[in-house]
Design a protein around this ligand. Structure first.
Ligand SMILES: Cc1ncc(COP(=O)(O)O)c(C=O)c1O
Length: 465
């Protein structure tokens, strides 16, 4: 392909992209294909000769597109969103075009410097104090793993990387039973082990960790000869949106000298609105490490996860490695690959820059506030369907409900809704019972889209019973 062909097909694809988004609401939200159906249409062996782009794109439309679930669909209410605002997509196109690998300052100074400033813009937007710095990672899972590794190294006098973790005693990490599975995984990978991730029960209307039980667990562990290493708090848990009392948790951490990490992967975006900070985020500024995903609710195309750090040094002492081939000379510069596990890095900050400039914080706040308002309205409408109950009321824009019947019936309703295709929902567990989760957060969703969901649920339910 020469660059004239590239320009031709680039224009074709960008027109296709605009049409796709303009007609997206007419498609079923979740892919309606059976397992293996897409793979069966692909040749089992790679082509020996190159093929025409027109042919490749025809196959893309005919084979691949039917197997896509539409994450930008305005009636996607499943999981959490992975919003890609149009300006952030354009930024990604530019990043893809330049195709730089931005591991060190000198491998693209602009990438490092825009990243530094974007992290600081977001810090200000989220009301975090001056002095917090940070880094953009691919995912919250990577940021949490970095924080858990830092907890491990800090608790072992920074000897774990050198000696390995066997013989270091039992390090213990604490969290509530509402945290995301990425915390468990981080403990597996860091050599802490599942049994040393102590999950504490929750209390209160936001289902936050029980501070008294947390402190009792730390004291019991110390008495038993274990080494408490850190606490992972949550704002906006995946299941039902659980939010810890951040101040209570960090006071306990301070009492026992523990490193703290706050997972706000989803709910963090809402913290650009001062009123949600007052409601859910008091004390966030006392955490050593905080992660939130602009690629979830805010609108920066996947992937884009910001980890704020009160002091980057412990994480650098944990992760920095500098072989000769990565050494740089000259001025004192930041090499962000020293802050993270992967060496290679994409220029993720550009899409934050485009996003924040195109909408302004006020434009983004309007969207988030609407989502929270509409979630409460649709929860009320669902509660009015005969026999339906709201299991956990909205925390920001996430709530859960149940239809009449047992757990199997909940799953039948979820599956029937997703086969119907007009909306997309997923299930969860709360208090030992299956629940149906509902989150409102699509970038371009409207009140009509959200309220239509209650009608679709009533309709599909009536056909099911
Ligand atoms: C609360 C929470 N934390 C962490 C994660 C993991 O995020 P990522 O996919 O960026 O690793 C999720 C994913 O939905 C989440 O909901």
């Amino acid at each position: 392909m020469d660059w004239d062909d590239f320009a031709h097909w680039g224009t074709h694809i960008s027109n296709w992209a605009a049409d796709y988004h303009k007609t997206l609401a007419q498609r079923p939200v979740r892919a309606q294909t059976a397992p293996g159906e897409i793979a069966a249409q692909l040749p089992p062996t790679p082509p020996e000769q190159g093929e025409a782009m027109a042919h490749i794109l025809t196959d893309f439309e005919q084979i691949v597109m039917p197997g896509m679930t539409h994450w930008q669909h305005p009636r996607f209410f499943a999981y959490f969103p992975a919003n890609a605002a149009p300006p952030s997509m354009l930024a990604e196109m530019l990043v893809t075009t330049i195709a730089a690998q931005c591991m060190l300052w000198q491998t693209s100074p602009a990438a490092t410097e825009v990243e530094t400033v974007m992290v600081d813009w977001l810090r200000q937007a989220m009301g975090l104090p001056d002095g917090y710095t940070g880094v953009i990672q691919d995912s919250a899972s990577s940021a949490t793993l970095s924080a858990v590794l830092t907890m491990r190294e800090r608790a072992t006098g920074f000897t774990g990387n050198r000696d390995g973790v066997s013989g270091k005693g039992h390090l213990r990490i604490y969290c509530s039973d509402q945290v995301h599975s990425s915390i468990d995984r981080a403990c597996w990978v860091a050599g802490i082990g599942q049994d040393n991730l102590v999950k504490i029960g929750t209390t209160g209307p936001t289902h936050g960790i029980d501070p008294a039980a947390l402190e009792a667990a730390i004291l019991a562990d110390k008495a038993a000869g274990y080494t408490p290493a850190g606490i992972v708090a949550i704002t906006g848990g995946t299941g039902i949106g659980a939010c810890d009392d951040l101040l209570a948790v960090s006071r306990i951490a301070q009492r026992y000298g523990l490193y703290t990490h706050l997972d706000a992967a989803w709910a963090g975006s809402a913290m650009i609105c001062p009123e949600f900070r007052t409601q859910f985020w008091r004390g966030a500024e006392t955490y050593d490490s905080l992660v939130f995903n602009p690629h979830k609710w805010l609108g920066a195309q996947f992937d884009c996860s910001v980890q704020f750090l009160a002091d980057p040094q412990p994480q650098l002492d944990t992760l920095k490695i500098e072989p000769e081939y990565l050494k740089t000379t000259g001025a004192q510069v930041t090499n962000f690959s020293e802050w993270t596990i992967p060496l290679g890095r994409r220029f993720r900050a550009l899409k934050i820059w485009f996003l924040l400039r195109a909408y302004g914080l006020e434009g983004l706040r309007d969207r988030l506030r609407n989502h929270v308002t509409w979630a409460a309205e649709v929860a009320t409408a669902i509660e009015q369907i005969e026999g339906f109950e709201i299991c956990t009321g909205p925390i920001l824009s996430l709530f859960s409900f149940r239809c009449p019947g047992d757990d199997a019936m909940q799953q039948r309703l979820v599956d029937a809704l997703n086969d119907d295709g007009r909306i997309y929902l997923t299930q969860g567990m709360f208090d030992g019972r299956k629940i149906i989760r509902f989150q409102v957060g699509q970038f371009d969703t409207t009140r009509d889209d959200v309220m239509l969901a209650a009608e679709v649920i009533r309709d599909v339910w009536e056909n099911l019973t």
